[in-house]
Design a protein around this ligand. Structure first.
Ligand SMILES: NC(=O)c1ccc[n+]([C@@H]2O[C@H](COP(=O)([O-])OP(=O)(O)OC[C@H]3O[C@@H](n4cnc5c(N)ncnc54)[C@H](O)[C@@H]3O)[C@@H](O)[C@H]2O)c1
Length: 368
């Protein structure tokens, strides 16, 4: 097959995750014929770090802009990776989608911070008649143990999935540029910002859509002694969320962000009427068992994916996400995580935040 033309990338928002994308793209550059040609970020220290990083990777002639409008107008890119703070995604996506020259887009999760903004982006993308792939960065699907569990669930090994329990026990939110992640208004709330990953996985495992959400949570340990411009953060650091799906499946999220003393960060269990599967991250272990064969026959395997050339911050999932995205933009596959997936993951988070605020069940119809 002929080598495809070089695919030119621009990265909008070149903080921690933007630089992570830069390194991933570097690891893909030779066998995938691509280059990062432009970056845009209003924060000079982020731009400087990115330029130094690019130089160290032998990407010397980067175009550097202070905002996405200038990057768009430069018409230097075929693809734009949006890795700016959550509250900026909506404006940037609307501008990219409306721009006359088409760009494929990989937008970091969450798609936007509100359901209305996600819908507006979806409508705008639908109006484009040219080939424009917009993929959402819900990359936990690609972590090898999670991907292995998805494969087994889809193969029907556990029967009809009845319960999906996801525990994330981890360290607190990191410090971000201008502390944008300390306030719900910027992030959409912890259950949107962080947990959209898990709501996306629940939909995949359940193979269904959510109908109602009930949650309890609070900011009980972290960030209480932090003050930014006179304001104390309002982001919750722990929650339980219960979701009911339209096929009768139930999901439960157990989030704790003061759990550094935990061996795994994510523990996922999926139980059907025949059997049960579990995925453990970062141990990289998957377990499978059946009701008929019982505990003695539970299999434990180490999940690996030999396509991964760079593990990075997320166990190789960003690398695989880029591979899938590249196939979609080259017409060899479809966007694996589309705008509908992005919207639903945000909507479940919004419903959970509302449930905590109003101390009641929230139906998905209310938020959608
Ligand atoms: N996939 C994942 O698991 C994962 C992990 C971390 C972060 N993220 C997402 O990545 C995005 C960025 O997070 P981060 O951790 O890199 O934050 P960060 O604060 O480290 O970096 C954000 C960068 O965006 C820049 N920025 C701010 N406004 C901008 C604008 N209007 N246009 C362009 N750049 C702008 C900031 O100056 C900063 O350099 C967020 O949406 C976050 O939710 C995803």
């Amino acid at each position: 097959m002929a080598n495809p033309a070089i695919t030119k990338y621009g990265i909008v928002g070149i903080g921690m995750m933007g630089r992570e994308h830069l390194i991933n793209l570097h690891h893909l550059r030779h066998h995938q014929n691509l280059a990062v040609v432009s970056i845009a970020d209003p924060h000079p220290p982020s731009r400087l770090l990115a330029v130094e990083l690019a130089k160290s990777l032998n990407w010397d002639d980067l175009n550097v802009f202070s905002n996405h409008e200038e990057l768009l107008e430069s018409e230097t890119c075929d693809v734009i990776v949006v890795s700016s703070p959550n509250m900026t995604h909506h404006r940037i996506l609307m501008d990219v989608i409306a721009y006359p020259k088409p760009h494929h887009v990989l937008v970091e999760k969450p798609l936007c911070t509100t359901v209305a903004d996600c819908k507006e982006v979806m409508e705008a993308a639908k109006r484009r008649s040219d080939h424009m792939v917009v993929q959402v960065g819900l990359e936990y699907r690609y972590m090898p143990p999670v991907a292995k569990l998805i494969e087994r669930v889809r193969g029907g090994e556990f029967g009809d999935v009845k319960m999906v329990a996801i525990r994330e026990h981890r360290f607190p939110f990191l410090v971000k540029v201008n502390n944008w992640n300390r306030f719900n208004v910027n992030t959409g709330g912890t259950l949107v910002e962080k947990c959209c990953h898990f709501f996306d996985l629940m939909r995949l495992f359940a193979s269904a859509n959510p109908v109602s959400v009930m949650a309890s949570g609070g900011m009980d340990v972290n960030h209480k002694d932090e003050v930014y411009d006179g304001k104390v953060p309002d982001i919750i650091d722990n929650a339980y969320v219960i979701i009911e799906f339209d096929n009768g499946c139930r999901g439960m999220l157990d989030l704790c962000m003061f759990a550094e003393g935990s061996k795994n960060e994510q523990e996922i269990s999926v139980t059907g009427h025949i059997g049960k599967g579990e995925a453990l991250v970062p141990e990289g272990i998957v377990r499978f068992g059946s009701r008929a064969e019982g505990r003695e026959h539970v299999q434990t395997i180490k999940a690996e994916d030999e396509r991964i050339k760079y593990e990075g911050l997320h166990h190789g999932s960003s690398y695989l996400e880029h591979l899938v995205f590249l196939s979609a933009i080259r017409g060899e596959g479809r966007a694996a995580v589309d705008l509908e997936d992005g919207l639903m993951a945000v909507a479940m988070g919004v419903a959970a935040q509302l449930s905590i605020q109003e101390r009641r069940y929230v139906s998905m119809d209310e938020v959608l």
